[in-house]
Design a protein. Structure first.
Length: 364
């Protein structure tokens, strides 16, 4: 083994590495970016849990209990409701994560040294958040400054995932992750492969219009993505026995809208990348990583810093995840999921317009 040749090769590779800003950025900058993103996005703590309160008793004792929750750093009381129907609707639409109902006779029961029940309703969509929320509520009630705080009884009901089974929470989220991972990657690689082999030049020289080229490339992978929809939904329901609380055809329609969004992202990336390696890296960075970290798949968006909550709204996976979980776990209808569907349609139109504009520069 010749040490001089090894040193010469080492120096050569070092110079090439320094001259290549993309590789250098991937080696130095990306680890720091991932460290900060993961450090802030993966948050197991739940502070300022959105809480709704309905005080039916309105006595000094009930108002004192409300004040205890208002003064706790773990809760953010965003709604004081005047009937249980509004409280239920706020839970269904995820405006609050838990609700507390203080029934009539609460204060009178404490004065008589009788059990005083407090009704607690928790959104079980995020099992970890639901578990922590119940523990926080129990702690506040346990230290309630009553003559006999043990008389305050917490009657808890968990909605939308009563068993707090994590699989019921993960599988609907995986629909969004899977459909964001593979359709755009397949679309991107198919188009960029033609760039590398040179066959795309023949297409550029043909009378093919940019819109025709986009549709011709889009439809086969949209069909593949549609088959993926059928597969993941069928496996989720048959094998994992995911409950269906809502309208299954509505989920199919929402999935089709989302598929066109993801395939459009693949087209856009293919118009920017020149090599398959670059296309793969860009696609993974703009699709797979955000769909894991900034969609609410594993970690709730509302526990992240506000700046990252805004950042998460740049990616479509979170919108579809809210739709899929809302339909399957909460039984949401068209009216409730329509805002997210309209956002996905708008997102798709913007992506397609930009992708066609990029390709129009090359396709006459």
């Amino acid at each position: 083994m010749n040490a001089r040749r090894i040193v010469a090769l080492l120096l050569k590779e070092t110079r090439e590495l320094v001259r290549d800003p993309v590789t250098l950025a991937l080696a130095v900058v990306m680890p720091l970016v991932m460290l900060f993103l993961f450090g802030y996005a993966i948050n197991m703590d739940v502070d300022e849990l959105a809480l709704g309160l309905y005080d039916q008793d309105n006595t000094p004792a009930s108002r004192a209990l409300v004040a205890r929750f208002a003064g706790s750093p773990y809760f953010d009381i965003i709604e004081y409701r005047h009937n249980t129907r509004d409280l239920d609707r706020s839970l269904q639409q995820s405006r609050i994560r838990a609700g507390i109902v203080i029934p009539p006779g609460f204060g009178r029961a404490l004065l008589r040294d009788q059990p005083a029940p407090v009704q607690v309703i928790v959104d079980g969509g995020y099992p970890m958040v639901a578990g922590l929320g119940m523990a926080y509520i129990d702690a506040v009630i346990a230290y309630f400054p009553a003559p006999r705080p043990e008389l305050v009884e917490m009657q808890t009901r968990v909605w939308y995932n009563p068993s707090l089974n994590s699989i019921n929470f993960v599988i609907p989220g995986l629909f969004a992750v899977i459909l964001m991972a593979f359709p755009p990657l397949l679309t991107t690689l198919a188009i960029v492969r033609e760039k590398e082999t040179g066959t795309v030049e023949q297409i550029y020289a043909s009378p093919l219009r940019s819109a025709e080229y986009v549709l011709g490339k889009l439809l086969p992978y949209a069909l593949v993505a549609f088959l993926e929809i059928l597969m993941v939904i069928l496996v989720g329901f048959v094998w994992f026995e995911i409950p269906i609380a809502g309208n299954l055809p509505l989920l199919f329609v929402a999935s089709l809208v989302y598929v066109f969004t993801t395939v459009g992202i693949g087209l856009l990336v293919s118009s920017l990348a020149r090599t398959q390696l670059a296309a793969m890296l860009i696609t993974l960075i703009v699709t797979l990583m955000p769909s894991f970290l900034f969609s609410g798949f594993l970690f709730p968006i509302f526990t992240m810093p506000y700046s990252l909550q805004l950042y998460s709204r740049l990616f479509p996976a979170g919108y579809f995840m809210e739709v899929s979980r809302g339909i399957l776990l909460k039984g949401l209808g068209v009216e409730a999921v329509l805002p997210n569907l309209l956002l996905l349609i708008g997102y798709t139109l913007v992506v397609f317009v930009f992708a066609v504009w990029r390709m129009k520069q090359k396709v006459a």
